[in-house]
Design a protein around this ligand. Structure first.
Ligand SMILES: [Zn+2]
Length: 187
């Protein structure tokens, strides 16, 4: 499939250089004012086709994945109880928990021990939510994804590689679904 057949959106912004984003699974071209998208698409044809193929593959692999429906209350309750449980386990304390819709990550944990949870996590199965919360709280002990970090994670989730893979597959499925007028039309 050529990039001309891949759907894309163009966003003209006050930027010096053009760039491509595939963060939500849909191609977005960020261009400086006045630049022709066709020229840019042609120049990056190879990258776009490859990236698009990869995302379609992720979506195919996620086609058997279950998207969970929870109310806002159920979701927040689940997160807060997991945070409490995991903080006890690791003997750590979290300052605040924020809920936001994010386009680049599932969650984050700041140096000030504030945990930010992507609202889209509410569609994930519980075992993955638990993994993300554990992963983020572990970042209080070790900021980087190094040997020490994965060592702590592996003690609790020895299948963490598999879980990371699952999360990857859910990412595009959920991001794309969240952008569509009819939620979760992907089967
Ligand atoms: Zn991390």
């Amino acid at each position: 499939m050529g990039p001309d057949l891949i759907k894309y959106k163009v966003s003209y912004r006050n930027v010096k250089y053009p760039r491509l984003e595939f963060k939500t699974g849909e191609l977005l071209l960020v261009l400086p004012y006045g630049q022709d998208p066709k020229v840019f698409l042609e120049k990056h044809r190879h990258w776009i086709v490859k990236k698009n193929k990869f995302i379609r593959e992720c979506l195919n692999l996620s086609s058997d994945k279950e998207v969970v429906k929870r109310t806002d209350e159920e979701f927040k309750g689940l997160i807060l109880s997991l945070v409490e449980k995991i903080c006890k386990e690791l003997d750590l304390r979290i300052n605040k928990v924020y809920f936001r819709q994010m386009r680049t990550k599932w969650a984050s944990c700041s140096k000030k021990r504030n945990l930010t949870i992507n609202k889209l996590m509410r569609y994930l199965p519980e075992y993955l939510i638990e993994y993300i919360v554990f992963h983020e709280i572990t970042h209080i002990i070790e900021r980087r994804h190094n040997k020490r970090f994965w060592g702590i994670v592996a003690k609790r989730f020895n299948n963490y590689r598999e879980l990371e893979q699952d999360l990857f597959r859910y990412w595009f499925l959920i991001q794309l679904s969240a952008c569509r007028p009819i939620p979760f039309g992907i089967k």
